[in-house]
Design a binder for this molecule. Structure first.
Ligand code: ADP
Ligand code: ZN
Length: 186
């Protein structure tokens, strides 16, 4: 169960990964989540990454490759892992190959989730996430609103909008996906 989930921003990689980790008891590795945690902690890496993330651009390859290399070497990845949001460029995919050879393993499947672009814009700009990191439940103001506005149904935590889920940044993220990540499918 070594999987890669590919797909544009808002395609549902994180949502599907959450279902798979419950079913198969393997870790979800989301470079976006790891980077957001670094931003929140205010680490050097987080400070640098935030500029790229807020602009809808990719964080430099060497940064995310370093993150993945450390994460995949941890013992909980031995029984499998689900990569969500990595690789996102051809050099990242090539670096991943090398890391996996070093760990004497490989990728079993890649699932590409293909969603219409305008649907992605509506999904992302209406997305709200629970601030409680242990929960992280997601809502949509139109499709799956919480019972009480701004409050998580699951844990009572505060709901927030990701800094990069505004329309201008979403458009840039889509362009970045089409330019740098979609070619990976080939
Ligand atoms: P989404 O897939 O919805 O855009 P993510 O949480 O996967 O959201 O990523 C958020 C941001 O984090 C990206 O726009 C990018 O700036 C950065 N990021 C995440 N993963 C990578 C990666 N593999 N390579 C470069 N940047 C990344
Ligand atoms: Zn919650």
């Amino acid at each position: 169960m070594n999987l890669i989930l590919l797909g544009g921003p808002g395609a549902g990689k994180g949502t599907q990964a959450k279902k798979l980790i419950d079913k198969y008891q393997v870790p979800q590795i989301s470079t976006g989540d790891i980077l957001r945690a670094a931003v929140k902690e205010g680490t050097e890496m987080g400070k640098k990454a935030k500029e790229y993330m807020d602009a809808g651009k990719l964080v430099p390859d060497e940064v995310v490759i370093g993150i993945i290399k450390d994460r995949l070497a941890q013992p909980d990845c031995k029984k499998g892992f689900i990569l969500d949001g990595f690789p996102r460029t051809v050099p990242q995919a090539e670096a991943l190959d090398k890391v996996l050879v070093g760990l004497k393993t490989g990728i079993d499947h890649v699932v590409s989730i293909d969603v219409d672009e305008e649907a992605l814009v509506v999904r992302l700009t209406g997305r709200r996430t629970c601030k409680n990191a242990a929960c992280g439940q997601m809502f949509h103001i139109k499709f799956t609103p919480s019972k009480k506005e701004g409050v998580c149904d699951k844990c009572g935590g505060e709901l927030y909008q990701r800094d990069d889920d505004n329309e201008a940044t979403v458009r840039n993220r889509l362009k970045t996906y089409n330019d740098a990540t979609a070619p990976l499918i080939g």
